[in-house]
Design a protein around this ligand. Structure first.
Ligand code: 2AM
Ligand code: CA
Length: 261
């Protein structure tokens, strides 16, 4: 059994509390699919409820920390510590009754992510990591995969969004990867879980354009502490500024950069 730090315990507690509402609301989605109005507004309301529970819990424990969260934006307090929250990552899955979405919380200290949690409430899988302390799935240590050739890998990507300015670029990237990856390219619909799965060694690599910071904040530390690499498409560490992220085990990063080049 590993010992959690105080900050990880706070994040776990906030996630568990919010997950109860999330699971209950997900149970309602099925009924709403058949209604004329559809579940759209209901999901927005659920997103906001979940966000409020998480923020209340985090603020109770750490009143001074700043917060950046998908729905409410920025609460600026302490300059050195900041929570980065995505209350429901994989909202479209949630909306359609697909049981694959997560709560994602990262903690930044002086612009560096030092703690991360990604919680899949339906599968009850909790991915946590802290700088210098390793990555865990439900308290079991996790490591990235050891596959060294792209052709043997499963690679994830989210593809372009409906209104993306970079649609054609994304399709080009997909074409290039599909001629190198023999096993599979998959699109599961939750960026934070995509990254958690790279950290767990279930998937070998992930590339994606145009994600927001809250989509990736927790995933970054999960992967680094599991022995993987997080870079931009050039193999450098400007993934936040450039809005391109490439996450992988330590062996295929280079080959993935070459594909994207
Ligand atoms: P979200 O569910 O929190 O919106 C889907 O490929 C992944 O990309 C999800 O993690 C999704 O996060 C994220 N994403 C962020 N902005 C998006 C958008 N405008 N449309 C679709 N997916 C988006
Ligand atoms: Ca998201």
């Amino acid at each position: 059994m590993k010992l959690n730090s105080a900050n990880i315990n706070i994040m776990v507690k906030a996630c568990r509390k919010a997950a109860k509402i999330l699971i209950r609301d997900f149970g309602e989605i099925e009924n709403l699919q058949v209604s004329l109005k559809g579940p759209g507004d209901y999901v927005t309301a659920s997103d906001k409820k979940v966000e409020k529970i998480i923020i209340d819990e985090l603020q109770k424990a750490r009143p001074d920390y700043s917060i950046l969260s998908e729905e409410i934006g920025l609460i600026n307090n302490d300059q050195s510590f900041k929570w980065i929250i995505d209350p429901i990552d994989g909202t479209s899955n949630f909306l359609h009754g697909i049981p694959h979405f997560a709560i994602s919380i990262g903690l930044e200290q002086n612009k560096e992510i030092i703690c991360g949690i990604v919680y899949d409430p339906i599968k009850d899988e909790m991915f946590t990591a802290e700088k210098g302390n390793g990555s865990y799935i439900n308290n079991q240590r996790m490591r990235v995969s050891a596959r060294s050739k792209l052709k043997d890998c499963i690679i994830f990507s989210g593809g372009p969004r409906y209104k993306s300015q970079n649609k054609e670029l994304s399709f080009e990237e997909y074409k290039k990867f599909s001629s190198k990856v023999n096993v599979a390219i998959r699109k599961l619909g939750s960026a934070s879980l995509d990254m958690a799965y790279v950290a767990a060694g279930r998937c070998d690599g992930f590339w994606q354009r145009d994600l927001e910071y809250w989509d990736i904040a927790a995933g970054i530390i999960l992967i680094k502490e599991a022995g993987g690499f997080v870079t931009d498409f050039n193999g450098e560490n400007k993934y936040v500024q450039n809005k391109t992220i490439l996450a992988s085990n330590s062996k295929i990063n280079k080959e993935m950069v070459e594909v994207l080049r």
